[in-house]
Ligand binder design. Structure first.
Ligand code: BES
Ligand code: MN
Ligand code: MN
Length: 460
């Protein structure tokens, strides 16, 4: 294998790499919006075409929702198998007026490529696709088998993939899953992420009178559903951020002293962090640092609230209903199904009289913990150091990739999270971006990763 030959090819192809990413980003593959159904399908076709043209056995697999794209290179006996997972679906681009350039008109400013999906996840997953396609184009055989699973429903909970995964376990069998869908610790501080939080999301609806009522004629004589919702929500968390659901902390894996020390050695400024997100002061569970709160502690959030009059001016009513979209971030070892039971019991206990409540679970996924010292992590560390000129630090992150813990359970594989993003990339927000240099370095690190992983022997 001639790695420098491959690295040269990557260097001379950088313009095409960028151009192809822009093509993919122009397709508005918003998975949550049925208006974008055919765009989502087009984004799947675009990537399937790219993998197929490089000579890989490729299939677009329909699901009850958006399709999966599966591809693979030829088997290499004796070498481990890597499975690259990523997603081609994106979050909605709204509020559109806040974008400096169009969300689906990829634009470069100051060394960054701006578009919805630039960092989450098209730009990141494409680094691995580019490295493999270009490697195959040199005519050199890859030193290991690489499989791809690119899905279109990560941003809506990956439920169809979760259902299909057991049936695909032979096809997707691998030693190690490689995912680039997270971030570096800071600019020029690449990271290997060995843990993610899980998630459980719900919709809570409170119904009172059969229709809105005049608050003068009826106020004081019936329970107001919006007030009932406020009471109920505030019973879930205290003013210091401690969750009040019975048993919520029972299964929480405490942070080890070694882990806390390692994190405290990462450069971090609360002041700069607060400034970056535009708040005067940070807030969180007592006794924990900001990184501990973000990466290693469970949380409760209200993501949306609806009730009563939203239009101009005053309307004196008792609304007929009130609803909230809520979510919990979970740490490894907490079970989202167990939480649903505990939350229902909490609601039954705290619900004010005179209203009806329905709790509808949306999606749930467990957190993920990987071994930061595995031989795959060590191989990745060497590859990242070669491409970025500095070794990666070990971190956890607070976001969730719903399917990763299922990969560990069903495929019995290791998991490598190699994020090429930056903390100010603004995924899910207006003006999402991906640093162009990191895109190119990610492609290089990916090629070097195949060389490193290919030199390991299977199962040893
Ligand atoms: N790429 C993110 C996950 C992520 C975020 C990893 C931040 C590391 C740091 C992923 O696309 C995402 O947004 N996941 C959702 C999952 C949810 C919609 C089920 C999340 O975390 O909210
Ligand atoms: Mn993502
Ligand atoms: Mn996302």
């Amino acid at each position: 294998m001639n790695l420098s030959n491959i690295l040269n090819t990557l260097d001379t192809s950088s313009e095409r790499h960028l151009d192809e990413l822009c093509q993919w980003l122009k397709i508005p593959s918003v998975s949550s919006d049925s208006m974008h159904r055919s765009d989502v399908a087009d984004a799947a076709k675009w990537v399937a075409e790219k993998l197929k043209k490089a000579g890989m056995a490729t299939e677009i697999l329909p699901t009850d929702g958006h399709p999966l794209v599966i591809a693979e290179t030829p088997a290499v006996p004796g070498a481990p198998v890597a499975l690259v997972y990523g997603h081609y679906d994106v979050q909605p681009a709204e509020p559109l007026a806040d974008w400096i350039s169009g969300a689906f008109e990829p634009t470069i400013r100051d060394g960054n490529l701006y578009a919805r999906g630039a960092t989450d996840d098209k730009g990141q997953v494409l680094t691995h696709i580019q490295s493999v396609c270009d490697w195959l184009a040199t005519g050199e055989p890859l030193p290991l088998q690489i499989k791809f699973l690119i899905e279109g429903e990560e941003e809506v909970g990956s439920e169809n993939l979760e259902r299909l995964l057991p049936g695909l376990s032979d096809r997707l069998a691998c030693d190690c899953v490689v995912i680039s869908d997270s971030s570096q610790y800071a600019k020029d501080k690449p990271a290997i992420t060995y843990g993610l939080r899980g998630i459980a999301t719900y919709e809570l609806e409170i119904r009172g009178p059969s229709q809105d009522l005049h608050s003068g004629s009826f106020g004081g004589a019936v329970m107001n559903p919006a007030i009932a919702l406020c009471h109920l929500l505030s019973s879930i968390v205290d003013s210091k951020g401690r969750i009040q659901i019975e048993g919520y902390y029972d299964d929480v894996q405490e942070l080890s002293a070694a882990e806390r020390t390692a994190w405290s050695n990462l450069a971090h400024s609360d002041e700069a962090f607060a400034k970056e997100i535009g708040v005067d002061a940070l807030f969180g569970e007592e006794g924990f640092t900001t990184n501990e709160r973000r990466w290693g502690r469970p949380t409760f959030d209200i993501n949306g609230l609806t009730s009563g009059h939203q239009g101009e001016g005053v309307k004196t009513i008792i609304p007929a209903f009130a609803s909230a979209k809520i979510s919990f971030r979970l740490v490894p070892n907490q079970d989202p199904k167990k939480l649903t039971k505990a939350l229902q019991a909490h609601i039954d206990k705290h619900l004010p009289t005179g209203v009806k409540v329905t709790l509808s679970p949306d999606h749930g996924a467990a957190g993920m913990a990987a071994d930061p010292q595995s031989r795959y992590a060590e191989a990745a560390s060497r590859a990242i150091e070669s491409a970025f000129g500095t070794p990666p630090v070990l971190i956890r992150e607070g976001g969730s990739i719903p399917i990763v813990s299922r990969f560990q359970d069903v495929l019995q594989c290791d998991c490598l999270l190699l994020g090429w993003g930056l903390s100010d990339d603004k995924p899910h927000s207006p003006n999402e971006k991906f640093c162009v240099q990191d895109y190119h370095r990610g492609i290089k690190a990916s090629a070097m990763l195949w060389a490193e992983l290919g030199s390991l022997r299977k199962g040893v």
